[in-house]
Design a protein around this ligand. Structure first.
Ligand code: AMP
Length: 260
């Protein structure tokens, strides 16, 4: 298999990134569609686009996706509370949750977005070696069959227009949750018109929260909360371990923490 990755920048700042894990026959199509993505992002026209194609040497791990749980928060305050409560339920100390929320709210890299994620331990320390770049989860994708099941489920919930966002986030969250030492992930997009985000973990599934920021706000990011990790080993798994989601674990509405 081949890892095909795209990143786009403008004036040295990150605009967008995406990737696929494909067979040799699919390389050309994926290069074309990722180029299209790079050139038509809401964050602006890039002046630098990098597309790389690389053979994946280590064995690909097949995984079932996390289940998708739809939270019904009606505004940002309810959404942030839902995220806070879920992270508390997972045992993350309150001061770490507060620090993570304010980093994403204010732009984690001196008021700007990072290309990758923050790694935060249970003492609130940031463990990513480069605070501008962060750590990027790569070498992951979803099979057409599993993606088809996700499409069907989202359309049953009136969420078809969010398919690409949810698909890519679910793939990333499933991979990150599968790695030893991950306690939870918090994410909201830096795309100014995508207000939804999520908290994900192996214990709770992928809890999609429709409002984690106001429309028009271009701050966002990701935090991987970790416990007891060997930092280089953890980062190596996040970046390099190839993961293919080949089953979709279903979708349901959030009711309360006792049912997850
Ligand atoms: P997005 O959901 O693509 O809008 O990304 C939101 C934020 O998540 C970005 O600003 C980055 O900080 C981070 N991010 C995006 N892609 C990745 C990735 N592959 N691995 C880790 N963090 C990422």
């Amino acid at each position: 298999m081949y890892s095909v990755r795209m990143r786009a920048e403008k004036g040295g700042r990150h605009i967008s990134g995406a990737e696929r894990l494909v067979s040799e026959e699919e390389i050309q199509d994926s290069v074309q569609s990722l180029t299209g993505r790079a050139l038509s992002h809401e964050r602006g026209k890039p002046d630098f686009v990098n597309i790389s194609v690389e053979a994946v040497k280590s064995p690909v791990k097949n995984l079932a996706s996390l289940p998708v749980i739809l939270h019904n928060a009606g505004n940002v305050m309810e959404g942030r509370n839902a995220a806070r409560r879920t992270l508390e339920f997972l045992g993350i100390p309150g001061f770490c949750i507060q620090k993570a929320l304010s980093l994403l709210e204010n732009g984690p890299s001196d008021g700007q977005s990072m290309r990758g994620a923050i790694i935060m331990d249970m003492q609130g320390n940031r463990l990513e070696p480069d605070r501008e770049r962060g750590v990027r989860a790569t070498r992951m994708d979803i099979t057409e069959k599993a993606a088809g099941e996700l499409t069907k489920s989202l359309s049953g919930k009136g969420l078809s227009s969010y398919f690409t966002h949810v698909k890519e986030a679910l793939v990333l969250a499933t991979k990150v949750a599968s790695i030893d030492g991950t306690v939870a992930e918090l994410c909201w997009s830096d795309d100014p018109y995508y207000t939804a985000g999520y908290v994900a973990s192996g214990r709770t599934g992928y809890i999609r929260i429709p409002y984690l920021k106001e429309n028009g706000d271009s701050n966002g990011g990701r935090v991987f909360f970790v416990d007891n990790i060997n930092i280089p080993g953890y980062i190596n798994e996040i970046e390099n371990k190839p993961v293919l989601i080949d089953r979709f674990a279903g979708i349901r509405e959030f009711t309360d923490f006792h049912t997850i």
